[in-house]
Design a protein around this ligand. Structure first.
Ligand code: ADP
Ligand code: MN
Ligand code: MN
Ligand code: MN
Length: 354
């Protein structure tokens, strides 16, 4: 019999008192850019990240270490409230380190943190628009007619009504879970392709952008697990005349947010224009399938920018151009990015190089 989540069976157990102990779920990025987690019991309510222990796991089972030297260390980096267990229980975003103290191959936070510390006087803010697609466990897009296709794109973006919107209950659950957890989620919308959705996280300062986005993804896949639905972060989940999925990365510094900030925005765009290929290299796997110059993208092979232009690499929002300060949107990053890499290279290019 197929497994089905039964919340009514679990509920009385989750309601039991747990004494003076709490559960801490450590979450980390595995060797293939997926998420893993495991739980430890902690003696009391945690308010200070320094009181959490450095833990370890078997990296040979997650494509992060060879079998003969398999211990990978988990160093707590950020704490969120746990919406699954409630109470004082927590989720812990953790960084992975090898036995010799070097960052594990998937630990892009380590370098990004150094970069953010160097740039902190500029108070960089990011806002990421995470797009993703829902699939049935049998591999078909969630809610699509079996063996067929829904009508062409048009009615689905920000849609309302049966046949136009799929899985709104799952999406609502995720939104509320993010708010409860303390993730700085700023909105949601249904996307252009049916069963494709977006949520925005931000503005977040510096390194916290990556922490909040990774944990929001963890909540999404855990909640979808309860619905029996798979989440795809692939940038072009379906071939054909269907939109791809991105992670538009909105960015500003203190200088850009103040009156006269447009000259700082323009200077940053000028610097970005000279490092297009270096950025594309860390803006997601299979992004070439998405950045075709169609479906609201700029072509992967060339850099462009413009006010209100959704076919450009960088868009300056109309309202920002009108008031003369604010932020810019880098539309190139794919839905499967590591946000630590993307926010890190944006800072390196625009603030830490000439
Ligand atoms: P779009 O019109 O591209 O769909 P969204 O409303 O989906 O835009 O997302 C805009 C994002 O920009 C949000 O995540 C928001 O937090 C972020 N944002 C707003 N102001 C700033 C700013 N000054 N600096 C960085 N990010 C910002
Ligand atoms: Mn958006
Ligand atoms: Mn979108
Ligand atoms: Mn956008």
């Amino acid at each position: 019999m197929a497994y089905a989540y039964k919340p009514e069976l679990l509920a009385p157990f989750l309601a039991l008192p747990q004494g003076d102990k709490i559960q801490a779920e450590y979450v980390w990025v595995d060797g293939d850019g997926g998420l893993r987690s495991k739980t430890t019991t902690v003696a009391k309510k945690v308010t200070d990240i320094g009181s959490l222990r450095i833990w370890d796991f078997d990296g040979s089972s997650t494509n992060q270490a060879p079998g003969h030297d398999s211990d990978v260390y988990l160093r707590p980096a950020a704490i969120f409230k746990d919406p699954f267990r409630g109470g004082d229980n927590i989720l812990v975003m953790a960084e992975c380190y090898n036995n010799d103290g070097t960052p594990n191959k998937t630990n892009y936070r380590h370098h990004a943190k150094k970069v953010m510390d160097l740039a902190k006087d500029h108070v960089p803010w990011f806002g990421i628009e995470q797009e993703y697609t829902l699939f049935d466990v049998d591999g078909a897009p969630y809610g699509w007619p079996k063996g067929g296709f829904p009508g062409p794109q048009g009615p689905y973006y920000c849609g309302a009504g049966a046949g136009k919107v799929f899985a709104r209950d799952l999406i609502e659950a995720h939104y509320r879970a993010c708010l409860y957890a303390g993730i700085n989620i700023s909105g949601i919308n249904a996307e252009v392709m049916p069963s494709q959705w977006e949520y925005q996280v931000g503005p977040c300062e510096g390194i916290s952008m990556g922490d909040h986005l990774w944990m929001s993804r963890y909540l999404l896949i855990r909640i979808a697990e309860q619905w029996g639905v798979k989440v795809s972060f692939h940038p072009k989940p379906l071939q054909g005349d269907w939109n791809g999925a991105g992670c538009h990365t909105n960015y500003s510094t203190k200088e850009m947010r103040e009156p006269g900030g447009m000259k700082h925005i323009e200077a940053a765009i000028e610097k970005l224009s000279k490092k297009h290929n270096e950025h594309i290299a860390v803006y997601g796997e299979d992004n070439d399938l998405r950045l075709t110059g169609r479906h609201e993208t700029g072509h992967i092979g060339s850099f462009s920018s413009g006010v209100a232009n959704r076919g450009a690499s960088i868009r300056i929002p109309r309202a920002v151009a009108a008031q003369g300060f604010g932020y810019m949107e880098d539309r190139r990053p794919a839905s499967n990015i590591d946000p630590y890499r993307v926010t890190g290279i944006i800072i390196e290019t625009t603030l830490l190089s000439d």
